[in-house]
Design a protein. Sequence first.
Length: 161
Amino acid sequence: MFDSGSSVAAALEAGEAALDETQRQPNGVDLTVGAVFAQTEPGFVGRDGKRVGDRERLEPTDGAYRLEPGTYVVRYGEPVRIPDERIGFVLPRSTLLRNSCTLDTAVWDAGYEGVGEGRLDVGHAIAIEPGARIAQLVLARADHETTYRGAYQGENLDCDE
């Protein structure tokens, strides 16, 4: 069963996220654009290791990221903490989809803390303002043995880039 939007908001605010009232939805919380990156070098995913490829931070032009068709990495604007006994899913907002764009994300396990990222696929040129709502975080009850202790724990919490 999925949690209510007010429960998701309470979980984020307990982790010191500052939410705007417009981010609260009936079934989740909207996440905003914190930064956009273009990957410039290959990454690596192996059996015993991984490496994220180098990337270039894009700057807004005239108050918006002006993105041509292609693939980008978006860093959300809010720190997230997934409560114990929950699992987090991030889904694109429908306005993004209606503009020929989508957002690919991974599951956020119980105990994950950080400012996460997703893959933004732009099918048709679009302008997106920093701070625009592009995704919705929903939480669902989940049974598990342990909580997240992976390499991305605490990612981007004290990062200005």
